[in-house]
Ligand binder design. Structure first.
Ligand SMILES: [Zn+2]
Length: 156
């Protein structure tokens, strides 16, 4: 119907408005993963179960390391004699894509395992997404936390 003057209803305007930030988030959270969200959630849930872990176990470990490293104010902190961890606080805050109230600081946490050089990056919001939603982000997202990789590196 190209060129025909179709008027969009106010309701559709509102829905489209809601989609905008969500689409930006999806880009960041989903990386180049072509799968539907439900598929990503289901596969990671299966992996977490098969590892004998829970989303809570994983989130707690990430939280504990983050808290220990926060005192470094961006300088590397050695945590548990095994990890070198830097916590950078960026300006601005991000909402949870599930629409939880509240905004999460744009923290960037980088961990390197001293013995192997393996590394992981995450954010405060990433911990929330694991804990509350079992969401480890899509393949290709810079903040993807593959549950198997997390278990092996952090020795959970
Ligand atoms: Zn949430």
């Amino acid at each position: 119907m190209e060129g025909s003057p179709v008027k969009q209803s106010p309701e559709l305007d509102r829905i489209q408005q809601n989609m905008r930030p969500l689409c930006l988030c999806q880009q960041g959270f989903l990386g180049n993963d072509p799968r539907k969200l439900i598929e990503i959630l289901t596969e990671d849930q299966g992996t977490v179960n098969s590892l004998g872990l829970s989303h809570g176990n994983i989130a707690e470990k990430l939280k504990a390391i983050t808290e220990k490293a926060r005192g470094g104010w961006g300088d590397p902190v050695v945590v548990e004699d095994k990890f070198e961890v830097e916590v950078h606080e960026a300006r601005g805050r991000m909402p949870c894509p599930w629409g939880h109230p509240g905004l999460y600081p744009k923290t960037h946490i980088r961990l390197e395992k001293i013995e192997t050089g393996e590394n992981l990056v995450w954010s405060d919001l990433a911990i929330h997404l694991i804990e509350e939603h079992g969401f480890y982000q899509g393949r290709g997202s810079p903040y993807r936390l593959d549950p198997l990789k997390v278990k092996l590196i952090l020795e959970i």
